[in-house]
Design a protein around this ligand. Structure first.
Ligand SMILES: [Zn+2]
Ligand SMILES: [Zn+2]
Length: 339
């Protein structure tokens, strides 16, 4: 099979012929149809996380496709099922974190496309127990970004206990933010979408946002004029713009980070203690939350905005994501690969 391989950090991916190994009894073989590009893939390929990555590696952790073979101990998945594989490839299943459904903290967990080959390939082997079926009503290319971006924002909103009727601000509207708007709306919140791009107003309104707030000099005053936010979910990479937003939280407000802003953030204890704020962050989520992410996408009619490109354009697509030029989410079509 053909796969796009990151041989060493900082170099473009190279297409290679790779022999598939034999399946273990607890594994499934997936014919990959689509794989989304996540910003983490750039960190992997550019070598920012070199200490964690087993080069050469096949990246890709928003993998969807059809099961074409399975080991004899796989019970939850059948040949022909439409499935996907997320960031968490497997975990030990017996540590305290695993027992509590927090497998992302398992000391032995493996990551798709980092510790084991991922989805930038015509086929991928996954663990049956960590493979999730795609519900009816969701197209595969729309399901792909939900396996990382969708799961990350849904799980973050659940972890801060967003309740119906609360005011939530979604800060920065891109791959993660445009999904956060939709999930927050589905959860019954009043949604404020904050963006520095005025042209995004019609998009966020179409996605269900109640109020569009342009991120100009008066963003703090505008949000305060609504009585402050109960929850802010920020996908931004700009630390100074996140700092400002802490002032917009209502008493008992919660701020959650889902973007990997590289600069530190200055926080004054008096701001936190006076209003008893909670500042937290979240990444990916467990398999139960992944199931909910997919099921609610169907129920609440949540659809990622995707641009689809053929597999052989992978390096151009990665470069678009690297330069922040992707329009919401890029998904690679691997199903009719002609490589
Ligand atoms: Zn990701
Ligand atoms: Zn574990």
């Amino acid at each position: 099979m053909k796969a796009a391989v990151c041989k060493e950090p900082g170099k473009p991916l190279e297409f290679e012929d790779i022999n598939l190994r034999k399946l273990e009894d607890d594994e499934v073989l997936i014919k990959v149809h689509y794989c989304g590009i996540c910003h983490s893939d750039i960190h992997i390929i550019d070598g920012h996380w070199a200490d964690r990555v087993n080069y050469p590696v096949i990246p890709g952790h928003e993998v969807v496709g059809i099961v074409v073979d399975k080991g004899k101990r796989v019970r939850n998945i059948d040949i022909g099922d439409r499935v996907g594989v997320p960031w968490i490839y497997s975990s030990c299943g017996i540590c305290d974190y695993c027992l509590e459904g927090e497998e992302q903290f398992c000391p032995e967990y493996k990551i798709t496309g980092i510790s084991v080959p991922g989805g930038y390939a015509e086929y991928m082997i996954s663990k049956g127990d960590f493979t999730t079926k795609i519900p009816k009503g969701l197209r595969m290319e729309e399901a792909a970004p939900l396996f990382c971006a969708g799961l990350t924002v849904y799980s973050a909103l659940k972890r801060v206990n967003l309740r119906p009727g609360e005011k939530v601000a979604v800060h920065s509207i891109g791959g993660l933010g445009h999904l956060a708007v939709q999930y927050a709306k589905g959860m019954g919140a009043e949604v404020f979408a904050i963006s520095s791009t005025k042209e995004k107003e019609s998009l966020v309104k179409e996605l269900g946002a109640d109020v569009f707030v342009w991120e100009g000099d008066d963003v703090v005053d505008i949000l305060k004029s609504f009585g402050g936010m109960d929850v802010i979910i920020t996908t931004s990479f700009i630390s100074s713009s996140i700092e400002k937003l802490i002032k917009c939280l209502a008493p008992r407000g919660r701020l959650t980070f889902v973007g990997n802003a590289p600069e530190p953030i200055k926080i004054y204890p008096r701001e936190i203690l006076g209003k008893r704020l909670v500042i937290t962050g979240s990444a990916v989520g467990n398999r139960k939350l992944l199931r909910e992410t997919l099921e609610y996408a169907v129920k609440w009619n949540i659809r990622p905005k995707v641009e689809i490109y053929p597999f052989d354009k992978i390096n151009e697509c990665l470069d678009k994501v690297r330069r922040g030029k992707a329009n919401m989410r890029i998904v690679l079509d691997i199903s009719f690969s002609t490589l």
